[in-house]
Design a protein around this ligand. Structure first.
Ligand code: ADP
Length: 198
C-alpha cells in the first residue's frame, strides 16, 4: 500500500504533479478540491455547503471535509494505495488521517512538499485557465484578491503541517519550479531511498 501526500501552496502544481505521480505509481490521485468542485457543479447538498468557502478562498470546515474524505477512502480503487492532493490542510485533518490509516493497518509512505516562489505562484494562478462546460475560464478563486487570501490561509493553517511531517521523518521538500517532467522525476527520486517505487 502506497500512501502519498502532496503538500504545497495554491499554484505549486499539486494537481498536475498529483496526476503524473499517481499514474507512475498506478494509484488514484484524490483531489479534495476537485471533489468539492464537482459537487458544486452538480448542485449536491455537499456542494451547496462548500461553495461559499471555495469562492472566498477559505477552507471548507473540517467536519465536512473529513466526512467526505473518509467516505472516498471506502471506495475499492484504493487497494494498492492512493495519493492525496489537498488533504490534509489543517492539523485536525492530519490527525484524523493518521487515525483512519492506523485503523486500516496502513501508514504514510511519504509526504511531498512542493516549493515555488510566492511571486511565481501569483503569476501562475492569475494565468491559469480551467475548462468548464467546454469553455476555458478562470477559476473564481484564482482572482487576485482571493489568491492572496488563499496564500495567507495556506501559511496560517497548512504550512505548519510540514514541520510535523518532517518531525516524523516523512517529509521531502521538492523544488517545484521549472520543467514539469523534471519536477516529476525529482518527486519520484524522493521515494527511492525508502524503496517504495519499483
Ligand atoms: P489550491 O491548492 O490551488 O488552493 P484546491 O483545488 O486544492 O486548490 O482547493 C480549492 C478549494 O477547495 C480550497 O480553497 C478550499 O476551499 C477547498 N478545499 C480543498 N481541500 C480542502 C481541505 N482539505 N480542507 C478544507 N477545504 C479544502
Amino acid at each position: 500500500m502506497v500512501c502519498v501526500l502532496l503538500l504545497g501552496p495554491p499554484g505549486a502544481g499539486k494537481g498536475t504533479q498529483g496526476q503524473l505521480i499517481a499514474g507512475r505509481l498506478a494509484i488514484p490521485a484524490i483531489s479534495t478540491g476537485d471533489i468539492f468542485r464537482s459537487h458544486v457543479a452538480a448542485g449536491t447538498p455537499l456542494g451547496q455547503s462548500a461553495s461559499g468557502f471555495l469562492d472566498a478562498g477559505d477552507l471548507v470546515p473540517d467536519a465536512i471535509t473529513c466526512a467526505m474524505l473518509s467516505e472516498r477512502l471506502t471506495e475499492p480503487d484504493i487497494q494498492a494505495g492512493f495519493l492525496l492532493d489537498g488533504f490534509p490542510r489543517t492539523m485536525a485533518q492530519a490527525e484524523l488521517l493518521q487515525v483512519m490509516l492506523a485503523e486500516r493497518g496502513h501508514e504514510l509512505s511519504r509526504v511531498i512538499e512542493l516549493h515555488v516562489d510566492e511571486a511565481e505562484l501569483v503569476t501562475r494562478l492569475s494565468a491559469r485557465r480551467v475548462v468548464i462546460d467546454g469553455r476555458s475560464v478562470q477559476r473564481e478563486d484564482d482572482a487576485p484578491d482571493t489568491v492572496r487570501h488563499r496564500l495567507e490561509v495556506y501559511r496560517r493553517q497548512t504550512a505548519p503541517l510540514s514541520e510535523w511531517y518532517d518531525s516524523l521523518g516523512l517529509l521531502s521538500r521538492i523544488d517545484a519550479s521549472g520543467d514539469v517532467a523534471d519536477i516529476t522525476e525529482r518527486i519520484l527520486g524522493a521515494f527511492a531511498p525508502a524503496g517504495d517505487v519499483r
